[in-house]
Design a binder for this molecule. Structure first.
Ligand code: 5RP
Length: 271
């Protein structure tokens, strides 16, 4: 790997080989998603605990302070909205040249394997990798499922993740699923997991992170289960404990509880 590419990767993936990425790019097709209505308000308190922040260039330019020392993963695919039944009709929406201008650490685009736009999104990936290689810009492929959340099984996610790696993605974001180890083993580049829609309990979130790490993920690129939590800072700290400190779910729940108490006390002292 060339120096620039390697340097960018190592800004996002820490020296222990792991990463906690904070996904805040939902607006590109979902609009003002709950609790991400004002991006800066959601993102700023979480910056000290995020190894990378995933956003679009619009949110980057308007809502991220250029002085914040945090690597950026730039979402560069889109072209559809949540109002459409088929979310797979994506194109590349920002150039690698703009990504370089923005000094980001990687670009990310979705692929939709098995959909009407499978070929289009895979060719998008190949073009982005070609351009990324030219500029030393890592490319993350996201194995998107659109509205078909039931697609998230090991057979489908292994297929989509492997195809992404074969086309040249430098990192793959996929979902956790039963037998996730098969997805990780069959994907010869680092794999991170998304969280998906908000889960019922904090323990469910931490179990997902713990199991994904045990089965071969190098970390998470998680959004709603962090910033839709009532205690986002406590939640991201608990996730960090699992990813970077090998904490068990029980230990991470303790981190969560302690940090919730701190947040409650600080809120009470302001009232
Ligand atoms: C939005 C995305 C998100 O970055 C991804 O789904 C991770 O966020 P969440 O944990 O909320 O699912 O790709 O399209």
């Amino acid at each position: 790997m060339d120096w620039g590419m390697s340097n960018r990767m190592s800004r996002m993936i820490k020296s222990d080989g792991k990463t906690v990425m904070l996904a805040c790019d939902h607006g590109y097709f979902m609009g003002p998603t709950r609790k991400l209505e004002v991006p800066r308000r959601t993102i700023e308190p979480l910056v000290p605990y995020a190894d990378t922040i995933a956003v679009t260039r619009g949110v980057l330019r308007t809502s991220i302070d250029p002085k914040w020392d945090v690597p950026i993963l730039l979402r560069v695919s889109g072209g559809v909205s949540i109002l459409k039944e088929d979310l797979s009709d994506e194109e590349i929406t920002a150039s690698v040249k703009d990504a370089v201008r923005l000094n980001v650490s990687a670009v990310a685009l979705s692929i939709f394997v098995g959909t009407a736009h499978e070929k289009q999104t895979l060719v998008n990936l190949s073009k982005l990798v070609d351009e990324g290689e030219e500029y030393g810009m890592p490319v993350m492929a996201i194995t998107a499922v659109g509205k078909e959340l039931e697609k998230r099984d090991a057979r489908y996610l292994s297929l989509a993740s492997r195809i992404a790696a074969e086309i040249g993605a430098h990192i793959v974001k996929t979902y956790y699923c039963e037998n996730f180890h098969k997805v990780a083993e069959g994907t010869p580049v680092p794999v991170v997991v998304a969280g998906g829609p908000k889960m019922n309990t904090d323990e469910d979130v931490l179990n997902l992170v713990y199991n994904a790490m045990q089965e071969g993920a190098i970390g998470v690129d998680m959004g709603r289960n962090i910033w839709q939590s009532d205690y986002p800072v406590a939640m991201i700290k608990a996730i960090r404990a699992i990813v970077h400190e090998n904490a068990t779910v029980k230990e991470a729940l303790d981190v969560l509880r302690e940090n919730k108490s701190v947040a409650q006390l600080s809120a009470a002292s302001k009232n």
